[in-house]
Design a protein around this ligand. Structure first.
Ligand SMILES: Cc1ncc(C[n+]2csc(CCOP(=O)(O)OP(=O)(O)O)c2C)c(N)n1
Ligand SMILES: [Mg+2]
Length: 325
């Protein structure tokens, strides 16, 4: 990877972190409705995926994907503030403020929508992939799933069908070691989820999800293979989330310390950039610029109007497409 690409990814990771931390602050102040699951600590995985997915691809985010949603918006539409506004429940949001966290979508930038029902899109992703294949388009349909979500039946049905129909699906498993408080090795037959993909004969790779160079290279390779018609690909990102799912969640203190202090993906990228000659001032400037941009997005969201109650049912039904034929 050349240094300018690494710098761009470093910026992307800061954009995600500043977005999530700004959002967390506003959530604690009571300005963000609903629930909030952040992807703090998983920035490298999200930045690597966002870097290789085009607006013509489709990705199905999981519940910790504000970062990739904002990056997709930022890269392809130049309007990442519309994800922020959505989370604030404002009319300027990508779903007019009616989706919020867990239900924001914008297919024009490839975001086919998060869903509070974990893994439910494991079936939908097949349809999007099949459509691309039938049209002869080199597009990728990507499902982002947590390790816990792998326990759902649809996971196995999806992998099986993608394998036998050679569908252009990228499975991006974010293995952060826990589903709520359940360690991955206790909830599944293996702690290495990539082993399951092998059982379905799907090409696969296990990646250090906190190493942006490794993650970016692996996603690029997987996406390239899928676009050239080689069928599905399964990536397992080994990572760790900073946030528990609720306040009482238990994780050993030494483990928390290790991942936060020694395996922070942004810190690791800063070290890699420093080795290539980046100065501390240059790296600080990237952080400061992204934090300023996010404060602008937060102001945009706060200054935006709430949705109009008269439009509560607008865009809810698809019209004739769902009528009986
Ligand atoms: C079908 C379904 N079952 C249960 C839940 C409640 N729930 C929300 S997050 C979560 C754990 C998910 O774990 P994992 O997939 O590892 O993702 P992580 O939170 O670790 O990123 C559960 C059980 C849900 N949202 N949907
Ligand atoms: Mg998990």
């Amino acid at each position: 990877m050349d240094t300018s690409t690494l710098k761009g990814l470093y910026r992307d990771m800061w954009l995600i972190r500043a977005f999530e931390q700004g959002l967390e602050r506003e959530f604690e102040q009571g300005n963000v409705p609903g629930m909030l699951h952040t992807g703090l600590g998983q920035e490298a995985t999200q930045a690597a995926l966002a870097a290789h997915l085009e607006a013509t691809d489709a990705f199905f985010p999981d519940h910790r994907c504000h970062g990739i949603n904002a990056l997709a918006q930022h890269r392809h539409g130049g309007n990442g503030e519309r994800i922020m506004a959505e989370l604030f429940g404002r009319a300027t949001g990508v779903c007019s403020g009616k989706g919020g966290s867990l239900h924001s979508a914008d297919p024009t930038v490839g975001n086919f929508g998060d869903n509070a029902v974990e893994g439910s899109y494991m079936a939908t992703v097949l349809g999007v992939a099949l459509a691309a294949k039938m049209r002869g388009e080199p597009n990728v349909a990507c499902a982002i799933i947590g390790d816990g979500t792998v326990g759902r039946g649809e996971f196995h049905e999806s992998l099986n069908m993608a394998a036998i129909w050679d569908l252009p699906v990228l499975y991006a498993c974010v293995n952060n070691g826990y589903a709520i408080s359940m360690p991955v090795g206790e909830g599944h037959a293996t702690a290495d989820i990539v082993e399951l993909a092998k059982g379905y004969g799907i090409a696969n790779q296990q990646v250090d999800g906190n190493d942006i160079v490794e993650a970016w290279t692996a996603v690029g390779d997987a996406v390239g293979r899928i676009r050239s018609g080689e069928g599905p690909y399964f990536l397992e990102f080994k990572t760790w989330r900073w946030q528990g799912i609720f306040a009482g969640e238990f994780r050993p203190e030494a483990e928390v310390k290790y991942w936060r202090e020694e395996r922070d993906p942004i810190m690791l990228a800063a070290e890699a950039l420093a080795k290539r000659g980046a100065t501390p001032a240059e790296l600080d400037a990237i952080e400061a610029e992204t934090r300023d941009l996010i404060e602008e997005w937060i102001s945009f969201a706060k200054d935006s109007p709430a949705p109009d109650p008269a439009k509560a049912t607008a865009d809810v039904y698809a019209g004739w497409e769902v009528a009986a034929r």
